[in-house]
Design a protein around this ligand. Structure first.
Ligand SMILES: [Zn+2]
Length: 78
């Protein structure tokens, strides 16, 4: 009986972990997509702060401007 309970517990645990992982991934991808809408191309954009060119997919869109990193956003906000 104890063994059975352990087995059930393990299965529930595995399912829970898998479900939780999937959920968190889905949540992340949808929030990033919804947060800032940018074209899904490999176009290069110039960082508004340091003028480095980054792929649109790699860039961060903040108040209508593209940045190469969070650092640049923070620096430009100051
Ligand atoms: Zn930059």
């Amino acid at each position: 009986m104890i063994l059975k309970a352990l087995l059930v517990g393990a299965v529930i645990y595995i399912v829970y972990i898998m479900f939780f992982k999937q959920k968190s991934v889905e949540k992340n991808s949808t929030t990033t997509k919804k947060k800032e809408q940018k074209p899904q191309t490999n176009e290069m954009v110039e960082c508004a702060r340091c003028s480095i060119y980054v792929e649109i997919s790699e860039s961060i869109l903040s108040s209508g401007k593209y940045y190469c990193s969070d650092e640049c956003i923070k620096k430009s906000e100051k």
